[in-house]
Design a protein around this ligand. Sequence first.
Ligand SMILES: NC(=O)c1ccc[n+]([C@@H]2O[C@H](COP(=O)([O-])OP(=O)(O)OC[C@H]3O[C@@H](n4cnc5c(N)ncnc54)[C@H](OP(=O)(O)O)[C@@H]3O)[C@@H](O)[C@H]2O)c1
Length: 338
Amino acid sequence: MSWRAWIVPEKGAPAALAERTDAELAPGDVTIDVTHSSVNFKDGLALAGRPGVVRSFPLVAGIDLVGTVAATEPGVGAAGGTASVGDRVLVNGWGLGETRDGGLAERARVDADWLVPVPESLSNGQAAAIGTAGFTAMLAVLAVEERAAISGSAPDGGLPVLVTGAAGGVGSLAIALLARLGFRVTASTGRADAEGGYLSALGAATVIDRAELAQPGRPLRTPRFSAVIDSVGGVTLANALAQTEYDGVVAACGLAGGSDLPATVMPFILRGVSLVGINSVYCPEPRRRAAWQRLATDLEPALLDRITATVPLDEAGAVAQRILAGGVRGRTVVAIAG
Ligand SMILES: NC(=O)c1ccc[n+]([C@@H]2O[C@H](COP(=O)([O-])OP(=O)(O)OC[C@H]3O[C@@H](n4cnc5c(N)ncnc54)[C@H](OP(=O)(O)O)[C@@H]3O)[C@@H](O)[C@H]2O)c1
């Protein structure tokens, strides 16, 4: 059987949509008919042939995959195994689209251990709309909640939570999750004029221009935020640390603005601020499933649909260019079948 996939042919080369056959499926014990994938920032880099994401060539791009189990190797699905033919499943992380063939394809073969059942309340398209971005946002929200529980503070009790890269995928979903849970949210964006209304509709109480956080500042400033979910890195992250209140938590998710961290230890040793790293790729299985269960209950489906644009498989390459140019709002789902 032949099927189409976005393939990155070699280092530095952009991906192209090409035909593959079942004989070329990756090693693994579960074959999946992919129904949906998505375009994350990482997919933008991979599809454009930029360095840092794809580390094995040639490779099928796509860090998100949602679909139906088409076949399993003997032993999988029996005696408490993780997949049976016909199950709706999702995969994110584990090197998908980085070192292992990914989800921007009509078919894929993966390890059974990587599968998460698609929560009953979500369609495959909605699971892809959440995707790695929403999963990452949920892991960051869990870090914020855990810190709030330790310090005994109520979600709406004090200073707001700052979300940077607000109009992007991780940012949009973090705002929606936090607002639903009762946190007051300050959204930082470079597109306040164009996307201010969108961010308010997601639940942001205040929208600020990201330029406010983009200039190097003092190591400690007046506390403005109880916690931070940051997709930007660099000076923005340093300024966020400097303005987080005593005992607050800063969840570092991304590097859309830079991978450096020009900060001092002052927020840590004088304010007890915690800097928590978020890694969605190798998140252990129990926390992964717990996060997906929370996503199924904590996100309003209608709101999820509002932040999502859907494109066919052959348009993924064009979306990649737009996401790298910072021109994509929320999430873009790639509808492949079903
Ligand atoms: N740790 C993990 O496991 C994990 C998982 C998923 C993603 N990530 C990382 O998280 C980041 C966001 O991913 P995403 O998929 O949400 O990407 P995205 O949809 O492209 O959103 C990124 C947002 O960052 C802001 N931004 C872009 N360029 C910027 C710049 N030069 N300076 C300041 N802000 C800038 C923009 O928001 P505004 O237009 O609102 O300013 C943009 O929408 C990426 O770095 C990605 O690699 C990490």
